[in-house]
Write a protein that binds this ligand. Structure first.
Ligand SMILES: Cc1cc2nc3c(=O)[nH]c(=O)nc-3n(C[C@H](O)[C@H](O)[C@H](O)COP(=O)(O)O)c2cc1C
Length: 374
């Protein structure tokens, strides 16, 4: 069979990135997915390069005939250790937005984390698919609103609250300005985002909570409470029985506090490079976090995962599973739900192959001996 030149081959996650870059408005690309001016899709923190810099120490003559990629995250089975990170407004890349992501995640046997800033609501996404969902929470200054979001997630069957802790209510606008990109400006919404789907989770807020004010897209970050500290986790606990996962932990000290304050999980993350400039690449932070946690809660990682061997490296250095932020957007932009299913399949195959070559047959038993140190 010959493949017509006009059909781009989509064999890797970076193939999806390249194709998505052709399809999406350049301002959107530059603001959300690419490096300023760099052609190779690297996050500013160097998350991707840090993965590349790690080399394997493969073992040979190991029985790898039967390989197991399945594991659990907070007790829920996942068919591969790759989950979907929370990311806002997925309708800007495909009309079906988060409902497509939820269906693809369920079909692929993995977990999707829905963002507070989604373009389909907590309830709409729960109805779209029967897979396991977690809800990512931005802690709002008006605590009644925070509580309202969490209650709705719990009522809709979400299985965990992922509290993002690396984003205080402030944000650099440099990228938006440089790329003339601003979601608050409706003319910049892109092909597929319907204006009434901006911050969909907040529609109906004024009726639900008298006196509460729905945040605007332009000032969304300012509605987040940046006075929250570890002690406030007790308040969250007081009205939800869902496990709490802290997203954005980047030091051993904070990992220890996460254990002390009873979090069930944490995600080593630097928000894909959107938060602190020159944060440490997440894969470099992972070992110190995993070491101090020592199995007392579940450790996940996101940031820069682009290949199956990246997944294997993260497992070897102490993660139970990884999450993807940008990649699901690329897959949705290219081919909607099917695109994301295909992308997850690519990672499944790549991980499977990497495990065989590295001489490790079970994702639950991967250890740091397969990584070359120093
Ligand atoms: C377009 C976009 C929107 C995002 N929105 C959110 C969000 O609403 N909440 C959140 O906690 N993280 C958000 N993130 C960060 C991701 O959850 C994740 O930490 C990061 O993208 C992982 O890095 P990767 O893109 O290299 O996979 C977003 C990331 C992207 C690319």
């Amino acid at each position: 069979m010959t493949i017509p030149e006009s059909v781009p081959l989509l064999l890797t996650v970076e193939d999806y990135a390249r194709r998505a870059k052709e399809l999406l408005p350049s301002g959107m690309w530059g603001t959300l997915y690419g490096d300023d001016g760099a052609p190779d899709f690297r996050a500013e923190t160097g998350n991707v390069e840090a993965f590349r810099a790690i080399r394997f120490r493969p073992r040979v003559l190991v029985d790898v005939q039967h390989r197991n990629l399945a594991t659990e995250a907070l007790g829920a089975p996942i068919s591969l250790p790759v989950m979907i990170a929370p990311s806002g407004h997925q309708q800007r890349v495909h009309r079906d937005g988060e409902t497509a992501t939820a269906r693809a995640a369920a079909a692929s046997g993995t977990i999707m984390v829905l963002s507070t800033a989604s373009s389909f609501s907590i309830e709409e996404v729960a109805l779209a698919a029967s897979g396991t969902l977690w809800f990512q929470l931005y802690w709002m200054r008006d605590r009644r609103v925070t509580q309202w979001l969490v209650r709705r997630a719990e009522d809709s069957g979400y299985k965990a609250i992922v509290l993002t802790v690396d984003m205080p209510g402030i944000r650099s606008r440099e990228r938006d300005v440089r790329h003339e990109w601003n979601l608050a400006d409706e003319s910049k919404l892109g092909r597929t985002l319907e204006p009434d789907r901006l911050l969909r989770n907040f529609s109906g807020l004024e009726q639900a909570i008298p006196g509460a004010e729905a945040p605007t897209q332009a000032a969304f970050n300012e509605a987040w409470d940046d006075s929250v500290t570890w002690k406030d986790l007790d308040w969250l606990r007081s009205f939800t029985t869902l496990p709490i996962v802290l997203k954005g932990v980047q030091t051993a000290e904070d990992a220890e506090l996460a254990v002390q304050y009873g979090a069930e999980g944490l995600i080593v993350s630097n928000h894909g490079g959107f938060a602190l400039d020159d944060a440490t690449p997440t894969i470099e932070v992972l070992p110190e976090v995993a070491e101090v946690v020592n199995g007392r809660l579940e450790v996940f990682l996101d940031g820069g995962v682009r290949t199956g061997s990246d997944v294997l490296k993260a497992l070897a250095l102490g993660a139970r599973a990884v999450l993807l932020g940008r990649a699901p957007h690329w897959a949705l932009a290219v081919n909607g739900e099917q695109g994301l299913r295909d992308l997850l399949e690519i990672l499944r195959i790549e991980l499977n192959v990497a495990m065989a070559f590295a001489g490790t047959a079970d994702v639950n038993r991967v250890n740091a001996a397969i990584i070359r140190r120093g």
